[in-house]
Ligand binder design. Structure first.
Ligand SMILES: [Zn+2]
Ligand SMILES: [Zn+2]
Length: 444
């Protein structure tokens, strides 16, 4: 049957109207900033941005190595004092803790920024590029904030200033941690050992690291393990030494060492699941002085990477078994010194999920959040995770004109637009965390 065109049009129009009504009724995501507090945070951040950028440039121009961050530490302590924070200094030599007490009841939460620079001679050509030099291990070198810790420290100050400006509406207490020596000496652990969190114990820790693969406005994350255990060993294989022409007269420590290097790679591929990320790299192998002398020793140094406390022990035990048995099979005496270094960062999944919900709202879309694979590098933020759930996010800093930039390189460049973005976001993450806790356990 042929339908009359007019009723068909009417049906179509009615369907369109119904669809429009349905769309209008569906809850729209609240545009950010929507609440009065969010608006205040945003306005305070915008106002502060030029000052933060000049602080960052000043810190960038005056980099300091781990446990020597006296100038940076003084800037942080002065800034915290001016904000009215309770300031404590001297943890791990240059570490600073600033405590901001909100006017409403709530838990203690912490943000960490690390302060140390690297022995790298800067080649960025920036007007505020570092001209600072030092002698490190007998070698003259420039110093440079090539890992973005100048930005981390600046954002720490920024979040402190912004949250101090809304103190009357802040539930609980925020502890701002300016940490020394992330690159060299496990400053996080040193601050903990110095009692920085004995009196005041945070219930959660947050931090950023700059990300050299993402643009400003994007946030990288990994829920669960994010960085690896940085363990390692030194092995000395011993021999009586003998003539190279009569190798049956003594143990050859070079041959034994070579067998161990190869067997370690077999260990990784045959005794660990492909899903269990494990790396063993023998980066140093020294022995001998001439082609016709079997030396009295060979020395191997290795870095060993994987995730979690249980796995690092399994790996240590397997490496010890392998080294012991190969040396014994060859009749070689040996000294094996195995060391646990920085532990892997574990981002608490619940805390990560809550913070990501805030990030999606504040950064405007899910597309701003980039899930990342755990790295095999190390980061001592992990030690704060032994106190309470912790999460570290990677904040995009790649300048608009570049595809990528590279931390730990003399040409590392960061987009300063990331500073207010990071400050605004972290202030909201902390406020949301505190408000959520205040609605629950701290309601009474
Ligand atoms: Zn670094
Ligand atoms: Zn770093």
């Amino acid at each position: 049957m042929k339908q009359h065109p007019l009723p068909l049009l009417a049906t179509l129009l009615a369907a369109l109207a119904a669809a429009a009504a349905l769309q209008a009724a569906a809850p729209k995501p609240a545009a950010y900033p929507s609440t009065p507090l969010e608006k205040k945070i945003r306005a305070a951040t915008d106002k502060l941005a030029p000052e933060l950028i000049s602080i960052r440039r000043d810190i960038h121009a005056h980099p300091e190595l781990g446990l020597q961050e006296t100038r940076t530490s003084a800037i942080v302590a002065d800034y915290f004092r001016k904000l009215g924070l309770d300031v404590r200094t001297g943890y791990a030599k240059t570490g600073v803790v600033g405590i901001l007490k909100g006017s409403k009841p709530g838990p203690v939460v912490a943000m960490r920024g690390d302060m140390d620079a690297l022995p790298i001679t800067e080649e960025t050509g920036l007007p505020f590029a570092s001209k600072v030099t030092a002698v490190v291990d007998g070698r003259a070198t420039g110093l440079m904030h090539a890992c973005g810790h100048d930005i981390h420290t600046t954002m720490l100050l920024g979040v402190a200033a912004v949250l101090a400006s809304v103190k009357a509406e802040l539930p609980g207490t925020v502890v701002f941690i300016a940490q020394p020596a992330e690159e060299c000496c496990g400053g996080a652990n040193l601050m903990i050992e110095d009692g920085a969190f004995k009196e005041i114990v945070p219930a959660a820790f947050f931090a950023y690291h700059v990300d050299d693969t993402l643009k400003a406005g994007r946030l990288g994350y990994a829920s669960g393990f994010m960085s690896a255990n940085v363990d390692g060993f030194t092995l000395e294989i011993k021999s009586e030494g003998c003539h190279g022409a009569s190798p049956w007269s003594c143990v050859d420590p070079i041959v034994v060492g070579a067998q161990i290097v190869t067997a370690l790679q077999v260990l990784v591929s045959r005794e660990f699941s492909v899903h269990n990320n494990t790396v063993i790299t023998v980066g140093s192998f020294h022995g001998g002085s001439a082609p016709n002398i079997i030396p009295r020793s060979a020395r191997l140094e290795a870095t060993v990477r994987n995730y979690g406390e249980d796995q690092r022990r399994v790996l240590r035990d397997k490496i010890t078994r392998l080294v012991t048995n190969i040396c014994e099979a060859a009749g070689a005496k040996f000294d094996l010194a195995y060391e646990f270094g920085t532990m892997s960062v574990y981002n608490d999944p619940a805390l990560t999920g809550q913070a990501l919900a805030t990030a999606e709202r504040v950064l405007g879309s899910k597309a701003a959040l980039v899930e990342q694979k755990p790295e095999m590098g190390g980061e001592d933020f992990s030690y704060f995770g032994t106190i309470a759930p912790a999460v570290m996010f990677n904040l995009g800093v790649v300048p608009p004109e570049l595809e990528a930039t590279a931390v730990h390189s003399p040409t590392f460049l960061a987009d300063e637009a990331a500073i207010p973005i990071g400050v605004n976001l972290m202030a909201n993450i902390i406020l949301d965390h505190q408000a959520r806790a205040a609605r629950g356990a701290f309601k009474k």
